[in-house]
Write a protein that binds this ligand. Sequence first.
Ligand code: ZN
Length: 404
Amino acid sequence: MVKIAISMDDAWYSTLNHFTSSMRGCKEHIEFDTILINSEERNPFLKERLEGETVCKNAHSLKILKDLAPEDLFIVIVDGDLYDAHDHEYFYVGSRDYPTISAKYPRVSIFSTYYLNPQSRFTKETKKGEKKKMMSSIQDYKERILVLTLVDIITSELTGLEPHEKTVGCVMDKCIKRSDILNALIPNLHFCDECKEVVLKSSTGNEIMKIIEATSSLLKDIVEENREANKMVQLVAPAIVGRGLEFLFESGREILKARQERRNAEMTKSAVPPSAPAAVPPLVPPSVSPSAPSSVPPSVMPSKNKEIVNAVNSKDDPRLQYVRSSLTKMQERKIEHDVQLMDQYVQDFQITQLQLAHFGPGTEPLQLVNQKNELEERVETTMRDLQETLSAVYNVTINIPELV
Ligand SMILES: [Zn+2]
């Protein structure tokens, strides 16, 4: 059994989940998994420019840290400019590309989403005036480019096939020109006769063919979803909006509030000499004071926020109808994505809290404390996103004091 592990990335959460769950039919010999990477582990991959060979070595260290076997394939998604001595800006590189390290650091690949960056050569070479158009079409195609590239990486790694220069409508077309890339995104993926022969002779040939089949139908779904994305949703039950609000105003907010209280307490502790605690003024503005009640009563919530919560709580409220008619499919998907993330983070946060509760003050293991801090950061980022989308849905500015 070979495992294909892909680093989980908040920006690609839905697409990666969609991709790995589409591959269930290939379970016999290949297992798909996504791997969460914390911010410390992510550090080596955050640079603006990433040298291919070095970043493959870094990915291999992480592969070992995550207990993956040598034959498992580990794919790390980055967003920096992936380059090496011969060229720069690759969609992907793998340790296979570097003969001097391939044996020692086997089966790691790096996929870069730098093509979405306006500085990317991919858009820089676009004729004047076309850049904006090109960027927006790439944005539309980004999920498909990710899926297709993952399939390219997996096929290359498991069969040894190399992409071919000639564009013949095959999965392994190198696709150097933009037009080739866009043409390659058609849902009916297939191999040319030569590549097919190599694939079928390989030990995982049948699985690769299943992966191609599953990817074709996944690409069709994505095309359909994108087509629907900007249409208005007419009669959608806004349950997902309610869940987004719930995370924003309740569980997510509680986490941030507790963090703020903890930080304030720490600041007070370090700023105040033990002999004169009363002389120090409060360190935070009264609106976010640590002495505020842990659950803010609706009366002190900004009035627009209160209206929104009421609108969702009352089925007959006309503002609910307003949300129904103004929520776009795209906004619905964004909220859904953030709600999924929040679900996970809040759950993980609660587990971490329970684990930390076993230790007395000052004796908590550093790893657990870091994990908690990391989850708080992720909750904050996701809540900012939710705040922005829900503000657009309701056409008001939603203010969460902890996010100011
Ligand atoms: Zn081919």
